[in-house]
Design a protein around this ligand. Structure first.
Ligand code: ZN
Length: 203
């Protein structure tokens, strides 16, 4: 007998689907992380002992105009070594988040072409969630532990014997990060120091 039913992948990392219920206005997915153990954040030892299990509803991006809810059976593990109890990681949503990364990325992308209020109405979420999703998507990456000295040098120095070739990215302490492993022992410290200040960081 022909039916209208099809199957789509959940595409949330690590989650194993236990069941799906489609209602008139929503789709509810019951899932749990497939990993059977987790690493203790205190002593970094893996443990398989489950201390407790909680149900947590997570709001996901819509599918065919229907709200998708992910009901995750989250586990709290007890470390076999140091007895520390901790919640398993949640890579699909993030720590203590009630929405999936996918939903926050979706509203952030749509907020570039529509107002925050409009996007919040499309997804029936708060305007604050749209704003936080946009910030999460556009915040600057973390600052490198060691500050970079030179930026954007691009193969301009021909002074001998210190020769520079094509390079990309940034350099640290005057040493270029090379884009090609050829021509070993390229160095830029000597030649960049010899360059005029105005041209050192603009090419
Ligand atoms: Zn431990």
């Amino acid at each position: 007998m022909q039916t209208q039913a099809i199957t789509v992948e959940l595409r949330l990392p690590g989650l194993a689907v236990w069941g799906v219920e489609e209602r008139e206005d929503a789709v509810e997915v019951v899932a749990q992380y497939a990993a059977t153990d987790a690493e203790c954040p205190r002593c970094q030892q893996p443990t398989w002992q489950v201390h407790q299990t909680h149900r947590q509803y997570k709001r996901d991006a819509q599918l065919w105009g229907k709200q998708v809810w992910i009901l995750i059976w989250k586990r709290r593990f007890r470390c076999r070594r140091c007895r520390y109890v901790f919640m398993e990681p949640d890579p699909s949503c993030g720590r203590r988040r009630r929405t999936t990364h996918r939903l926050r990325e979706t509203v952030a992308r749509q907020a570039e072409d529509a107002t925050v209020r409009t996007v919040s109405r499309w997804h029936a979420v708060s305007e604050g969630l749209v704003q936080r999703g946009w910030l999460e998507a556009h915040l600057a990456p973390a600052v490198a532990p060691t500050p970079h000295v030179l930026i954007g040098l691009d193969g301009f120095c021909v002074r001998r014997p210190a020769r520079c070739g094509p390079a990309s990215g940034t350099s640290r302490r005057g040493i270029l990060s090379r884009s090609s492993p050829a021509s070993a022992s390229w160095t830029c410290s000597a030649c960049s120091n010899a360059m005029p200040t105005a041209t050192r960081s603009t090419r």
